[in-house]
Every structure is written in C-alpha cells, then in structure tokens.
Ligand binder design. Structure first.
Ligand SMILES: [Zn+2]
Length: 173
C-alpha cells in the first residue's frame, strides 16, 4: 500500500488574489474551491498536507523573467484564507519552480514514509510541472488533479498536463 501526501503548490496571495503581484486570473477562484475540497478529503483520509510556498528575496534573479512576487516579509507569500493550514501541516518555502530544488520536501516526504504525491495548485506549466518532474526523477508516484490546477496561459496548461502524463508517467485525473 502506498502512502500518499497532498501537495498544495503556491496557493498564496500574490498568485490567487486579484490584487496579487502575479495574479493567475479568474480561474483562481474555481481552483481554490476545488483544492479546498481536496484538502478536506486528504485530512479525512489521514494524508499529510504539505504546502509549497514560493518565497523570494527582493533581488531574486527570477525577477529578471517575472515581475517581483512572493517577497519575504510581504503578505503576498501568505497562503490564502480559504486554504488555511492546520497546525500539523507542513509549510515548505521554495525559491525555484520545483518544490524539490534545495528545499526540505524530499526529506520531509521520506520521514513521513510517503511514496505517492498528489499535486494541486498553480501554475500548471511552471511550478506544478517542474515539481512533478523532480518527483518522478526521485521515483515518487505522482497524481495530478487537473481541475485543481490552472495557469496564466490555457494552452500551456494543456501542454503541461500532456507532458506530465505522456513523458513523466504522472497519473493525470
Ligand atoms: Zn516565484
């Protein structure tokens, strides 16, 4: 039997709220509601819930490509109120697209004996795709819940789901 964890990616104010620094667009609301249901389900099944939160310093090199967002110490890095973590949940900051890149995620999953991750959040073709890729490289089973993901770019969203399924062996449902 595999042990699963729900991984909630970048559901923070700067991406999800209309006045956020890098608002994902009107799909944010629907995705937030869908994720809220998945978090409830995960809790009722006793799965760990792990939040990955984009967190940058003011001069992060990522801001050469994207407008500044999720800067440490601003409200933009906070998880949205609708998906508030509970005390037992893990919150893992990340500086890069992949939640595994130089973060505590892999060790945290190993300590919890997790071998399957269920991914939800934003955005599909950036942090979700690269987190899924690294999870697969590390031999985790990966499920992506497509109704719980969105992107600034609908075409890129579709491409990333296809890439996850066909190239990475992710279970896209
Ligand atoms: Zn970022």
């Amino acid at each position: 039997m595999s042990k699963k964890a729900l991984i909630v990616i970048d559901m923070v104010r700067d991406f999800i709220e209309p006045d956020g620094k890098l608002y994902i667009g009107p799909t944010a609301e629907k995705v937030t509601q869908a994720i809220s249901r998945e978090i409830e389900k995960a809790r009722s099944c006793g799965w760990p819930v792990i939040y990955l939160c984009d967190t940058h310093s003011e001069d992060d090199r990522e801001f050469k490509m994207f407008p500044p967002h999720c800067v440490i110490g601003t409200s933009g890095v906070e998880i949205v109120d609708e998906l508030k973590p509970q005390p037992n949940d893990k919150i893992i900051p990340k500086r890069r697209y992949s939640g595994f890149f130089q973060t505590d995620l892999d060790l945290t999953l190993r300590e919890l004996d997790v071998d399957e991750v269920v991914l939800v959040g934003v955005c599909t073709n950036i942090c979700n795709l690269y987190t899924a890729a690294d999870a697969r490289m590390l031999n985790y089973e990966v499920t992506a819940l497509k109704d719980c993901m969105s992107s600034f770019d609908e075409g890129a969203h579709e491409f990333a789901l296809r890439e996850m399924e066909q190239t990475l062996g992710v279970n896209v449902v």
